[in-house]
Design a protein around this ligand. Structure first.
Ligand code: IPD
Ligand code: CA
Length: 274
């Protein structure tokens, strides 16, 4: 049996993701958004809109692909029989969303046999979008402007001039460890940025707005779409397995950069204690 075409899945992701972003804009009140509950720590928040939008996304995906599974950040998992599972982050950057900082996104990825086949991320406020289909490539669009994403220009000055995006987990102990590792990293790179949405950070990296990215504690729905977009744009995305050997990105570690920087950057990340 042949599996679904990545481009077909990307078409579903774009249609549902754009509709979800419209729904978020319709539902968001002015000012701060009320927190409905918390998850891993008291700062890891969920709003009613996160849950409503995840339900909407699940219903809309199942209308087109009724036999697929759904794994969402906020709701119960939904079992399927097609072999395709959707990783759904209805609002990546929920803290930004609560405060009204215009840096939050819908992130959708379709996965089969452990491989991400399609990924779509939309900045809900600006409408900027990124999509990728496995083996086909990655693109970015804003209004009528649309471009294919390709390998970034090599950084002439190397790692010392690299602008590195990162993020911090909600668990205080892990945050403290991440902060120590970032302090080690700082003297070796140009600077760091922390914008508050891992999905948008990875898309920004794929668009050449950063030179590298590192974060720990991400979940599959935070990273799957952005990681495919980076890889299809020619970047290297990696992690560390339990034995400290370079492997697939995971909750333990996600690091990404151009091919030219990857070896040196990944070694620095490990040396800094991430
Ligand atoms: C979070 C964001 C943030 C990252 C956290 C994620 P959420 O997702 O992606 O940038 O640093 O690790 O949990 O909670 O806003 O969906
Ligand atoms: Ca998220």
């Amino acid at each position: 049996m042949t599996g679904p075409a990545p481009l077909e899945l990307l078409g579903v992701a774009v249609k549902v993701g754009v509709a979800a972003a419209e729904l978020i804009n319709d539902l968001r009140p002015t000012g701060r958004v009320d927190v409905a509950s918390t998850k891993s720590s008291s700062t890891d928040v969920v709003t009613e809109i996160d849950t409503t939008v995840e339900d909407f996304i699940r219903r809309r995906i199942l209308e087109d692909r009724p036999a697929d599974a759904i794994v969402g950040e906020e709701g119960e998992d939904w079992a399927g029989s097609s072999g395709v599972a959707w990783l759904v982050d209805p609002i990546d950057g929920t803290v930004n969303f609560v405060y009204g900082i215009p840096q939050y996104a819908v992130s959708l990825a379709a996965v089969a046999d452990g491989e991400t086949l399609a990924g779509f991320v939309i900045n809900v406020v600006s409408g900027e979008r990124w999509g990728a289909a496995r083996g086909v490539g990655a693109w970015r669009s804003l209004g009528a402007e649309r471009m294919q994403l390709g390998q970034a220009e090599p950084l002439a000055e190397g790692l010392a001039h690299a602008l590195v995006a990162t993020g911090f987990n909600y668990l205080p102990d892990l945050r403290a460890r991440q902060a120590r590792a970032v302090a080690e990293l700082m003297p070796h790179v140009r600077d760091i940025r922390r914008f508050g949405s891992a999905a948008l950070d990875l898309c920004a990296l794929a668009s050449g707005r950063f030179d590298a990215y590192v974060e720990q504690g991400l979940q599959p729905w935070d990273l799957a779409a952005g990681a495919l977009i980076c890889r299809e744009a020619g970047l290297v995305v990696s992690g560390l397995d339990a034995d400290g050997v370079m492997g697939e990105p995971s909750e333990r570690l996600v690091m990404a950069s151009s091919k030219a920087l990857a070896e040196e950057f990944f070694a620095l990340v490990v040396a800094c204690g991430f």
